[in-house]
Write a protein that binds this ligand. Structure first.
Ligand SMILES: Cc1ncc(COP(=O)(O)O)c(C=O)c1O
Length: 423
């Protein structure tokens, strides 16, 4: 693909002949647990465009599920990956001193909306970072319980999936899950009623709760933005009881909302912040950052990882932070986000019987439909028209394009989405 590319450009039926071959092989060999949304078979990508194996081009408003923050194959990220892969592919940072690991740690710590000095642990994925944070809060407080929210998604490993409560299917057949995890309603006054008057009265003493894990904007649960002041009240509740506040910014972070971390919109300072997805523009990297005094409590060997913070993902991560700053991608996320939300609210007025809500911050936008079937139909129709979007929550579609998305691409996406909603 050249750098000047246009999308959408759909040349074959979908899936096309090459795509059908991949689907057949895939159906024969891969785990049935993979929850495929529609038959997209991506071959290459540039910016906000994905080309499939048959040469069809799509406008990508998924960004590999909020991952390709600087767009597909940003030249600076590709160059950093090349350079690092010629230098050193791997050495375990758990056992030795990789220079790029501490550089990535330093760069991330400098961005952390956390009070005082900050330390960083690097992992390979979001779930792994959640697991590490879970171990950290229990270890540091000596308290066994943690609280997370209905609608939350924190990953699929045992600790993370126990915190997760977006869909029952994520738990089905896997019990017993991790003990000591309690859930509360998200994003309303009911949260505090539930925690203070039900959980703390009937189930657990607050001085046995290590932490509350919260997504500042719920992702998989439906791109739900809590009301103003909600996170501050949560912080106050934590402070009253000596509970740590852990912000899971795996989906909402890395500039997606127009600030590097979504929690910055609220002024609330978490004790621990978890990142992954957009952090390295597509290479597997996760992180959790915490007040230094917490990560200083761990003894050597308490936590580690062979690959976590491997050199090539770290090079992509450093390049990602540079590109976000150099290209003004936070401002772009705010500006184009406004354009999209305004356009989607117009669509809501036009299709009031179909679209029931449009919400979001920056380029983290959810569109709620009257029924789950309708959301599924719009997702499929958008794909056929050449626009990639993905369902979330019960009956919503999320838009999470790369942060480099242009006004013209946003205009085109709105046009296609409108056509998809029209049917
Ligand atoms: C908020 C949040 N936390 C954690 C995860 C898990 O990340 P991963 O899939 O990299 O394990 C996700 C993934 O969607 C997420 O959205």
């Amino acid at each position: 693909m050249t750098t000047m590319i246009t999308a959408p450009d759909i040349r074959t039926e979908l899936p096309g002949p090459m795509a059908r071959e991949v689907l057949a092989r895939d159906a024969a060999v891969t785990s049935r647990s993979l929850p495929r949304a529609y038959p997209l078979v991506p071959q290459r990508g540039r910016g906000c465009v994905i080309e499939d194996v048959d040469g069809n081009r799509f406008l990508d408003f998924n960004a590999g599920i909020a991952v390709n923050s600087t767009g597909h194959a940003h030249p600076k990220v590709v160059e950093a990956v090349h350079r690092q892969s010629e230098e050193l592919l791997h050495y375990s940072a758990s056992d030795f001193y990789l220079p790029i690991y501490s550089r990535m740690g330093q760069a991330l710590a400098a961005t952390a909306p956390i009070d005082g000095p900050v330390r960083v642990f690097l992992s390979n994925s979001g779930a792994e970072a959640v697991e590490g944070a879970l171990k950290l809060v229990r270890y540091c407080t000596g308290r066994p319980y943690v609280i997370s929210f209905y609608g939350a998604f924190h990953g699929r490993s045992y600790g993370a999936v126990t915190l997760t409560a977006s869909k029952a299917k994520y738990h089905k057949g896997f019990g017993p899950l991790l003990p000591g995890v309690l859930h509360a309603p998200y994003g309303s006054d009911e949260t505090f009623e539930h925690i203070e008057n039900l959980l703390f009265r009937h189930q657990v003493s607050p001085d046995e709760v290590a932490a509350i894990f919260v997504e500042p904007i719920q992702g998989e649960g439906g791109y739900l933005v809590p009301p103003d002041g909600w996170l501050r009240k949560l912080r106050e509740l934590c402070d009253r009881h000596g509970i740590l506040l852990v912000a899971d910014e795996v989906q909402s972070g890395m500039g997606r909302t127009g600030k590097l971390w979504a929690i910055e919109h609220t002024g609330v300072r978490p004790d621990v912040l978890i990142s992954a997805k957009g952090i390295a523009s597509g290479l597997p990297l996760g992180a959790f950052m915490a007040r230094a005094e917490l990560l200083e409590k761990w003894s050597a060997g308490a936590h580690g990882s062979t690959y976590g913070g491997s050199p090539v993902p770290c090079a992509a991560g450093l390049a990602t932070l540079e590109v976000i700053a150099e290209e003004g991608l936070l401002d772009n996320a705010s500006t184009i986000g406004e354009q999209l939300i305004t356009g989607l609210r117009e669509l809501r007025r036009r299709f009031a019987d179909k679209i029931t809500d449009v919400r979001g911050v920056g380029l983290m936008i959810g569109v709620e439909f009257a029924t789950a079937e309708l959301a599924a139909r719009v997702q499929q129709r958008a794909f056929e028209l050449g626009l990639l979007v993905l369902e979330c929550g019960e009956s919503s579609i999320r838009m999470s394009p790369p942060l480099v998305v242009t006004a013209e691409e946003a205009r085109k996406a709105l046009e296609l989405f409108g056509q998809a909603v029209a049917g």
